[in-house]
Design a protein around this ligand. Sequence first.
Ligand code: G3P
Ligand code: CA
Length: 351
Amino acid sequence: MPANLLTRTILGAIAMTLVASAVLTPSSTHAQSAADKVVVAHRGASGYLPEHTLPAKAMAYAMGAHYVEQDVVMTQDDQLIVLHDTTLDRTTDVAEKFPGRARADGSHYVVDFTLAEIMTLRVTEGFNVETGEKQLNYPNRFPMFASSFRINTLAEEIEMIQGLNHSTGKNIGIYPEIKSPAFHLSEGKDLGRAVVSVLKQYGYTSKDDLAYVQTFEFEELKRLHDEILPELGVELRLVQLLDGGDENAWMQTADGVAQIAQYADGLGPEKGMIIDRDSTKNNLRISGLVGFAHNNGLQVHPYTFRADEGQVPAYADSFEHMLELFYFTADVDGLFTDFPDRAVDYLRGRQ
Ligand code: G3P
Ligand code: CA
């Protein structure tokens, strides 16, 4: 076993043991019933349409998701676009359209392109850029380049969601992620401040507004809480994402969660941090991470729940059974899924 994998395995086992032995008390702040639990459309209804396109977002909205997620990155001319990667290679035809514009690592970075250039790109369901072959990561999803999709700005997406809220009478939230903030800062771009500025412009100014701002980087979470939000005169709900990296193992401990709670309103862990992915049907290994979070007044929204072949862990009988285990056995408050219709239907059936 490679050293880093061994370290991660040991740290994970320690975390599981620590949390399992913790004394936990219920919190009044977390979702207590099916009616309170939420569905976050991960990159939109990305199980059905190419991720982060407006059609995928509209579909997620129509399916009844409570929140629609936006990953946000910044262009060369300081515009905010909705894209998961800091590079354009996995989901667009940038390599064909802009030969010679890759960096030394072979990738085409969003920060090296203007918004006008990016708007000329065609968007596709994600393909595997590691092999260099144009193969879909999930073969049963929307066929590659079968239609003409475009990248959209954060403002365009918010306007669509707010427009739908007006026309339907519903109030569906947004869930923007500040992608790779340290990288953006190293490129001279304050992505976090720019995202919060746009949210303020569109009326998201208090914790009562339906918006969560998420980031994987703890330093950015602190900067948002201590500097950006106060300086812009807004209060927004903040979510610390957890990726399971060795350097972030502290985030899964009781003390770590208490530290995060000084700055955040929620945790967004990879789902294997809550139910060990090596669990079996007869031995479900549930960590105490949700309890730590609830004890500190934090919501918990794990990612990412996919119904594609091979994406349901062996400890669950089906996608819906996996939802049951997370929503009601592990007691999470919400979750990110590529298939929001199925999570919405599932929760409705539990009310
Ligand atoms: O942000 C939480 C969820 O989206 C998982 O992360 O890598 O898909 O942006 P990612
Ligand atoms: Ca995300």
